[in-house]
Design a protein around this ligand. Sequence first.
Ligand SMILES: [Zn+2]
Length: 375
Amino acid sequence: MTKSKSKRKKQMLKRRIIALIIFGIVIGGVVYTPIKLKHINLLQIEAKASERFNNKMSFIEDYKKIKENFSNLYASDDKLQEISESIDVIDEKLSNGVSEEVESLISTLKSVISDLSAANQIELENIFNDVNSDNINNFTEEEMNKVNEYTNEYNQLFSKEKYKQAKETLNLLSNYISETKKVASERKIKETYEQKSNEDSSLREPKYINGILIVNKEFGLPDSFLPGESAEARQAFENMKADAAKEGIYLNAFSTYRSYWSQNILYWNYVSNYGQDPTDTFSAKAGFSEHQTGLAFDIGGLDRYLWAEEDFKYTDEAKWLKSNSYKYGFILRYPEGKEWKTGYMHESWHFRYIGVDHSINFKDSDLTLEEYLGL
Ligand SMILES: [Zn+2]
């Protein structure tokens, strides 16, 4: 009896221990597994977050680069504003995090900037080729050095894709070349004039290009060239005068043909009054005046105090002449802003007869006879 009792006790204890172990395993599993799963989950979330963070960082870096690229480009004011506005929108949305919407906006911006960059590049290459194809003549060494300086600076900026700054430099280069060309042209005209006017005037030959007699500071006439006033030019002037009168415009040709010798007297009179350099801007040495051709007409209006005066250009007569003289074979010989090409100041009264076939090409332009004849 005692034996079986103790045996049963032992068995009960054994069962309890087993039950306890099972209980322990079950409880352990129930508690531990979710903890473990939660941990794995956390790791996954962390990895994802880190990946997202890295993506976000490179995305923002990329966006920064797009913005920086934009600051090196140029565009019309409208286009610039359009892009700036879209950047503002992205910046604002980005402050709330990277969303799909922001990603799509940035991707659009990226392609807009990239198109603009390509357009800038093509345009700059074209402008640069234009500027470079401009023939540079008679520049001094110092002037050439300046051209090279600008050119090198431009090339550097262009290669760094700083197109906005490259364009500014290109503008400086282009302006420098066009201004220096004028200076060089004036310098050349002065040198040539000095040389030609010291040559024996009797040996000069009248210079004709395309049937047009050209007289300027390079091409002079011999003292023996005495054609008198051109009858054809006079007839053309009378026709013009008659037509102008119908519109209430009264024209007077107050000075036309001048011989070599009368020009000589006139020129030296001016020199004694004004000095040679100023005189050379508005009066020609004997043998170099267009008036010796018989084809140059100094034309004034009703007010004789304005004849051959700078202020004549403001009169109705001067305006009428500027717009209509080409119909009668006349051209404004010394246009405003073309002193560097003609060697003379603007003379709103000095018209040259070249015939309608040629003068028609001068309509509404500031073309000079030199440019027209390719000089
Ligand atoms: Zn004149």
